[in-house]
Design a protein around this ligand. Structure first.
Ligand code: PLP
Length: 486
């Protein structure tokens, strides 16, 4: 037989050397390469290739060209949005996952990765202090995890109301009331559209100045919900890192005859693994479902998310994994973990393996150190900026992020100055915060989610931010407010 398995070696070695060069360049690389989309199309696009090419040349050219337009978001001074770095061990494990090329929906299609995912799931529940019997699915990210959790919530709420979604669909189903924080992330709304609940009569719970749910409003709101009711809270608000008051929220939800509490913990659920932070999440274990991300604070390579449902049987029922075709009957009958019962994907890669590797390599202590370090770095930056006349930190910094505004004077002036400072920082390429909104104000969002961010990075970034603020302020003082608003 003439197999060609020896073809992989040269190509993978080429990838290895390219990847290592890229990763090691991250601390010095300008974060945004500032190349136009036209130039990228010239480099990367073109006509459909008709003839086969030399794979090594293709790989080298691909790396060369694509690296010209990458954002160095894995670097130590990337502070925008909610983007994490990568633990080296997880990236390395992820490469093995690609090489093994296992398909994991059924135990029989990949016994060993099924056991690795099962173990990673058990370890996660223990780390996060969530019920040991909960079901954990490895998803592409928090969006898919939210979607999965809310499908389970919808079906379970309707089942309790005497309606079987799998049999009857949603035609003439009882109405489900939806109650969410006024700061709920857009991916919850997106999931609500996708699962047929829409958003037109979502009830919102007001939040305080830290963007945290004001629980005193909840009993009154829930009293108006006279049927199945879905309540969504969050652990780690994008703009403030705030945690909703889960204890009070869970008590109200449990007092309702048919309500389900989902917690979006895409950013902050990992705080439950830190001794010094877990008090912020008191009561979170009383929810019915949770989502989180691996690729944000837990520093998995993309893509990695997790859905967790208290009652694993409800998750499995909603996923319908036991009703596949005849060719899968024997596979499903095995008593071991079939991933298809824990998520919407059928075929997928073994995403839980990099999670397993990280937990095994870092251990509880290493994970806690990583989480605490990120929070300490966010707090250090906020403290440094707060000392500067004219810089305001808008929230109490309790986690890995905060929102800030630059300048004094009216809202419009501060909004424009803030926008200019952030855009200038992004343009310079040394550090990368992003813009956001905070109760109607334009802000700088500063987020620390990368295991590589050091104290020196924070010090150097603080200098850069303060210098940029003074330059932009000076410019606007020379020109007047109208010029700033141009
Ligand atoms: C609070 C929150 N929830 C959900 C999501 C969605 O996560 P993902 O993009 O990983 O699907 C995000 C993304 O930033 C988020 O900040």
């Amino acid at each position: 037989m003439t197999h060609k398995f020896n073809q992989y070696s040269e190509l993978l070695n080429c990838s290895l050397s390219r990847a290592v060069d890229y990763l090691e360049s991250l601390p010095e690389r300008p974060i945004d390469q500032k190349i136009s989309s036209e130039s990228l199309r010239e480099l990367i696009g073109g006509k459909l290739p008709q003839q086969s090419g030399d794979p090594k040349q293709v790989l080298n050219e691909l790396a060369e060209n694509i690296e010209k337009g990458l954002i160095a978001s894995g670097g130590p001074r990337y502070f925008g949005y909610a983007i994490g770095g990568t633990f080296p061990v997880s990236l390395a494990a992820d490469w093995l996952v690609s090489a093994w090329d296992q398909n994991v929906p059924y135990y029989v299609s990949s016994p060993a990765t099924s056991v690795a995912e099962e173990t990673a799931a058990e370890w996660m529940l223990e780390l996060l202090g969530l019920p040991k019997t909960a079901g954990v699915g490895f998803t592409s990210g928090a969006q898919e995890a939210i979607y999965t959790a809310l499908i389970t919530a919808r079906n379970s709420l309707l089942k309790k109301a005497g309606w079987d979604v799998a049999k009857k669909g949603l035609y003439e189903a009882p109405r489900i009331h939806v109650v969410v924080s006024d700061q709920i992330h857009s991916t919850i709304k997106r999931a609500l559209w996708m699962i047929g609940l829409g958003e037109s009569d979502i009830k919102t719970i007001p939040t305080d100045s830290n963007l945290r749910i004001l629980p005193q409003y909840l009993p009154e709101i829930l009293a108006e919900c006279d049927g199945p009711t879905l309540v969504c809270a969050q652990a780690g608000c994008i703009d403030s890192g705030a945690f909703d008051p889960f204890e009070e929220i869970a008590a109200c939800v449990q007092a309702h005859p048919n309500a389900w509490l989902h917690v979006d913990g895409a950013i902050g659920l990992w705080s439950a693994a830190s001794q010094s932070q877990k008090h912020l999440l008191k009561g979170i274990e009383k929810a019915d479902s949770w989502d989180t991300d691996g690729h944000k604070w837990f520093n998995m390579p993309y893509d990695s998310g997790m859905v967790i449902v208290r009652d694993a049987a409800l998750l499995a029922e909603a996923m319908g994994g036991n009703s596949m075709g005849a060719y899968l009957t024997d596979a499903i009958a095995k008593p071991d973990r079939n991933a298809v019962n824990f998520g919407i994907a059928a075929s997928r890669r073994a995403r839980g393996v990099p999670v397993y590797a990280a937990i095994k390599a870092l251990g509880r202590q290493g994970i806690e150190e990583h989480l605490d370090h990120c929070c300490a770095m966010a707090m250090k930056m906020a403290d440094r900026l707060r000392e500067v006349d004219g810089i305001t930190i808008l929230n109490d910094v309790v986690s890995n992020r905060f929102s800030a505004q630059f300048g004094k004077g009216g809202d419009e002036f501060r909004n424009r100055l803030t926008e200019r400072v952030v855009h200038q920082l992004q343009q310079d390429g040394f550090c990368y915060p992003s813009t956001s909104g905070y109760k109607g104000l334009k802000t700088m969002l500063f987020s620390v989610l990368n295991c590589h961010t050091s104290e020196e990075d924070i010090d150097a970034t603080a200098e850069k931010i303060i210098e940029t603020y003074h330059i932009e302020l000076e410019k606007c003082q020379q020109h007047d407010v109208a010029a700033l608003c141009e």
